[in-house]
Each structure stands twice: as structure tokens, then as C-alpha cells.
Design a protein around this ligand. Structure first.
Ligand code: EPU
Length: 351
């Protein structure tokens, strides 16, 4: 095990915020975690698990020991009449893994193409896009307890998935509930259906289908359309630093929605199966006039108001600070609250 000191984190977070890890350890296997636990000083230190760095805002140098997950490998584990089980190491790039499943003739992840980040981060926030959430295709995962070194397996119910939520987002070392900072995901398994049917019905995808005049799209076509839609709407972190959607879409009751409609009848909302209503956070932010605005070098993306961007990344300078991003985020929360009576919840982890 090598403990790297004062490691620049700018290339390791998709916001490209400048910060350093005082100590960083690369985790390529269970043995690396066991080596860490065998070191009395490191074993006692708080840790922060870093995947692709696509859902984090760094507001300064990082004191906890950064565990950079680099567990690799992709394989087809089993074929049953109904599903094919595939497995990937937590350090694998998510999009490359999705493309690999399609190349194997395995379908079901195509709607989740081009989401930045790693396979290991995908269950943490139950990534979702264009009508599919990770939990719809999830089979199980192996994780390692960062206190005992014990490897354990969780199924979907044990992961307690919710909208951009799981057991890995809750708790902490001191809490008995939740696995945040307590367990590191090593491998994730997915159950891909052998009898594949496309998931359509999302406005942007329906538009693509009509444009191409296709009645029965293939998984590869959906993959290509999702990539096109995302490239047109969302900034590529390689060029403009960002962490995807910065806020969650809020869910409200019918009464709360009526109150918001009274404030602005144009509010974009969708009725969910459980009777509650989902509001488009992007629309609320846009309605408050934030699209295209900036605080220092942190800005609201011109084409999607839900995405905050680092306008200085890729220009040779230091770009936005985490403080600027958080100032902008709080100003947005305040104005949405004042206008619509709703507090938007942030999606990324703030460190
Ligand atoms: N809209 C605006 N102004 C804008 C952008 C959008 O008014 O600047 C309106 C649109 O007209 C649309 C509505 O807001 O009616 C929703 O926008 P969109 O379809 O772009 O999706 P979203 O709800 O903003 C969610 C996910 C994305 C995911 C897309 C597609 C969350 C927090 N975000 O965005 O996920 O790609 O749906 O499924 O649920 C991510 O989590 O990082 C992410 C990008």
C-alpha cells in the first residue's frame, strides 16, 4: 500500500475544483483495504471514498484519508432463462461499462448511457435517466466494512434505494444506521433481461423516435439517442466542470402543488404513481431567472438550469472554488424558497 501525500484533486473531480488530498490511498482490491486497516494510524483516521468524483463539491483541502477506488474487471457471471447477470469492478467507468454490455448483446442499461462517474458510485445515488433507475437493473453488490475488513453482499432491498438515494448516503462512522463512510463498494452485479423491451415514454426520447421514424428501436439506437440528447443539453465535464444535476427534483403533495400553481400556473410537474407530484427543479430555478447567471466563476449552465458549472475549468487558471459553487447554490435555494416556498435539496456530496 502506498500512501500518496498532498495529491492534487483537480483532475479527480468532474467540477475540476482545485483542492488537495493530504493523504490518498488507491484501492484496487480487498487486500488494499486490509493493508490500510493493518496500519494503526490510518485505520483510526476518517476516510472519504472517491469514485469518479462526479458527485462531489470540494470546498477545501481534504483532511480525511481519500480512498480512490480502482477495483477493475467486467464479466458475464451467469445466464438464466430470464436474466443475464453481469458484474463490474467499482472502479470501472460507468459509460464504458454500459457500452461494453451492449457490445456483448446485453440490453437494459442503454437509457443510462453517458452518465459520468464509476460503477461503484452508481448504486450510492441510484443513478437514473430517461425512465430507468439503477435499481431497476440492480442485482447485488459486494462491499467491505472499513472497520473490520469483512466483505459482505447486499441485495436491492438491503441497499434501500430511493430517488437519488441509498443506504450508502446515510449515517457515518459513529452511526449504527446507514453505511456512509463505513463501507466501500468493491463490485456491483446487474440483472439484464433476456426478453428486452425498450423503455420509452420520456419526452426527449419520444421526440428522437419520431424524428427517426422508428417504431421498434433497438437498444443501440436508444443508447445513441440518449448520448445525443445528453450531449446537446448537458455540459461535458471534460470541457466544462460540473457535477450533473445539482439539486434533486422535489416531490410535493397535491395541496403543495396547488399552492405552487397559484404562484405560477406554468410550473412543470408530473404525477407519480403514489399520488404525489414531482416538480422540475430546473424549471423552478429557470423561473427565478438563474439560467446563465454566475457567482465568481461558478455559473448556472445556459442550456440546463439544474446544472451548476465551473466556468474557469479548462482555461488554464484555477477556475471556480467550492466556496463560489456553494454561494451560488445557496442563493438559488433562497430565491426558489422565497418565490415558491420550497427548499431545493442538493444532490452532490459537499466536502
Ligand atoms: N427545464 C426548464 N429550464 C431548464 C431546463 C429544463 O424549464 O433550464 C424544464 C424542461 O422543459 C423540462 C423539465 O424542466 O420540462 C425537466 O428537464 P429535463 O427533462 O432536462 O430533466 P431534469 O428533471 O432536469 C432529470 C435528472 C437528470 C436526467 C434527466 C433525464 C434529476 C435531479 N435529474 O433532469 O439526471 O439526466 O432527468 O432523465 O433527477 C443527474 O442526476 O446528474 C442528471 C443529469
Amino acid at each position: 500500500m502506498v500512501v500518496e501525500k498532498n495529491v492534487p484533486l483537480q483532475p479527480l473531480n468532474t467540477f475540476h475544483i482545485v483542492a488537495r488530498a493530504r493523504r490518498l490511498v488507491r484501492i484496487a482490491s480487498r487486500d488494499d483495504v486490509l493493508a490500510l486497516l493493518a496500519d494503526p494510524e490510518l485505520a483510526a483516521a476518517p476516510t472519504f471514498i472517491l469514485g469518479g468524483g462526479s458527485n462531489v463539491v470540494l470546498t477545501g483541502d481534504v483532511d480525511p484519508v481519500v480512498l480512490k477506488v480502482e477495483v477493475m474487471g467486467r464479466s458475464v457471471l451467469a445466464r438464466t432463462p430470464k436474466v443475464v447477470i453481469v458484474e463490474a469492478g467499482a472502479g470501472e467507468n460507468w459509460h464504458d461499462f454500459v457500452a461494453w454490455t451492449l457490445a456483448q448483446g446485453l440490453f437494459g442499461l442503454e437509457n443510462l448511457a453517458l452518465i459520468p462517474g464509476t460503477v461503484g458510485a452508481s448504486p450510492v445515488q441510484n443513478i437514473g435517466a430517461y425512465g430507468v433507475e439503477l435499481q431497476d437493473r440492480f442485482h447485488s453488490l459486494d462491499a467491505i466494512d472499513l472497520r473490520t475488513g469483512q466483505v459482505f453482499t447486499l441485495d436491492a432491498a438491503q441497499c434501500a434505494f430511493g430517488y437519488r438515494d441509498s443506504v450508502f448516503k446515510h449515517g457515518g462512522p459513529a452511526s449504527s444506521l446507514g453505511l456512509k463512510d463505513r463501507a466501500l463498494i468493491l463490485r456491483v452485479r446487474f440483472a439484464l433481461p433476456t426478453a428486452w423491451t425498450p423503455v420509452l415514454g420520456y419526452a426527449d426520447l419520444d421526440k428522437k423516435q419520431a424524428e427517426h421514424g422508428v417504431t421498434h428501436p433497438t437498444a443501440q439506437q436508444i443508447f445513441d439517442w440518449v448520448c445525443d440528447i445528453r450531449r446537446a443539453k448537458l455540459p461535458d465535464p471534460a470541457h466544462i466542470g460540473n457535477a450533473g444535476s445539482f439539486f434533486k427534483n422535489p416531490t410535493v403533495t397535491v395541496e403543495q402543488c396547488a399552492d405552487i400553481i397559484a404562484r405560477d400556473p406554468k410550473v412543470v410537474h408530473y404525477r407519480l404513481d403514489n399520488g404525489s407530484i414531482k416538480l422540475a427543479a430546473a424549471w423552478l430555478i429557470d423561473a427565478c431567472g438563474w439560467r446563465g447567471k454566475s457567482v465568481g466563476q461558478a455559473g448556472v449552465y445556459e442550456k440546463q438550469a439544474l446544472v451548476l458549472v465551473n466556468r474557469g475549468s479548462g482555461h488554464g487558471g484555477n477556475g471556480a472554488t467550492g466556496g463560489e459553487v456553494m454561494t451560488l447554490a445557496r442563493a438559488i435555494q433562497t430565491s426558489v424558497y422565497e418565490r415558491f416556498g420550497l427548499m431545493l435539496e442538493m444532490e452532490p456530496v459537499v466536502l
